[in-house]
Every structure is written in C-alpha cells, then in structure tokens.
Design a protein around this ligand. Sequence first.
Ligand SMILES: CC(C)(COP(=O)(O)OP(=O)(O)OC[C@H]1O[C@@H](n2cnc3c(N)ncnc32)[C@H](O)[C@@H]1OP(=O)(O)O)[C@@H](O)C(=O)NCCC(=O)NCCS
Length: 157
Amino acid sequence: MIRKLQSKDRKEIEKIIYQIENFTDEEKSVALELIDEALNKPEQNYYNIFVYEEDGKILGYHCVGKRALTDGVFDLYWIVVAPFAQDKGIGKVLLEHCENFVKENKGRWLFAETSSKDSYIATRNFYMRNNYSIVTQIKDFYRVGDSLIVFGKYFKT
Ligand SMILES: CC(C)(COP(=O)(O)OP(=O)(O)OC[C@H]1O[C@@H](n2cnc3c(N)ncnc32)[C@H](O)[C@@H]1OP(=O)(O)O)[C@@H](O)C(=O)NCCC(=O)NCCS
C-alpha cells in the first residue's frame, strides 16, 4: 500500500537512502533533508512524500511537489526503491501514484531531473519505459561530463 510519510518511517527511509549505490553522499544528505523538512513542517505542501509499505516494511518512496510560480507544473524530486526490492514493479506503482497525485492537483507537467552519468542508466531506462520523454538536456550541468537530463510527461487537463 502507498500512504503518506509518517515520523516512524524515518529510520527505515534513511537506511534505504544509504543503500542506493548511484547516490553520492551529497545526494543522500539532500534526500534525507527533504524527509526531515516534510516531517518537521507538517503544514508545508511543497514536498509531498508517499511511502510504499508491504507487510509493515517500507520498500520505497516518492517525493513530489508543485513548482513555485506555476499553476500546474510538478517536480518528482525523488523516487527510491530499496535495492533488494527493485525490478519487481514497485517503482512503476510509485510513479503511477505520483502521476495520479499530479492529475488530482490539476497538474499538466511532471518533470524528473536526472544525471547523464553511467550509474544512472537504470533510472533513465525506467523513465523511458514509463513513457517519459527527454524534454531538455543541459551539458556539463552538475559538473564537467555530467549533464542534466530532464524527463517529462504531459497530462491533458
Ligand atoms: C529507478 C527506481 C526507482 C526504479 O524502481 P524499480 O522498483 O526497480 O522499478 P520497476 O521494478 O518498476 O522497473 C525496473 C525494471 O524492472 C523490470 N520489472 C518490473 N517488474 C518486473 C517483474 N515482475 N519481473 C522482472 N522484471 C520486472 C522493468 O521492466 C524495469 O526495467 P527497465 O527499468 O529497464 O524498464 C529504482 O531503480 C531506484 O530506486 N533507483 C535508485 C534511485 C534513483 O536513481 N532514483 C531516481 C532519481 S531520484
């Protein structure tokens, strides 16, 4: 089942984030910062975090939010599945949940920013297989040799 993040999930989520090999140390701490921001400020609505739970265990989560100054553009900030639970369709279920959240909130665009690094190939394939297209790329964005690839999906409103 997919439900909203709760304080009791923090420990398990932290463990999952630290198991993701393609995340740098900086990415891991930023991912965890967003979890804390959402937990410490329950009134905020820019980070909406939903967890995938099976038999009382957290297997993954996604974090989505509306982009400021737009009336219908959303960012998928993070989507993460525990390594041992990957390749079983959980990512797809989380992504579909995220898309439904966007549609329910009258969103028309959902963007996911990714790196061009080899270690992100599985992530890029994942977006392509789920019918995302590359809407833009910025060369040497993160660092020289590491470009930004923005995947997007448009929802007719
Ligand atoms: C990207 C990510 C969220 C995908 O999650 P996932 O649960 O592995 O995703 P799925 O299982 O839906 O799909 C992954 C692959 O498994 C395959 N698959 C799905 N169900 C399957 C099944 N029952 N049996 C065999 N293979 C299956 C899919 O074909 C898919 O292949 P593809 O990626 O080449 O299209 C996960 O790999 C992850 O957490 N990566 C590290 C973090 C990351 O990079 N996040 C994105 C940036 S924030």
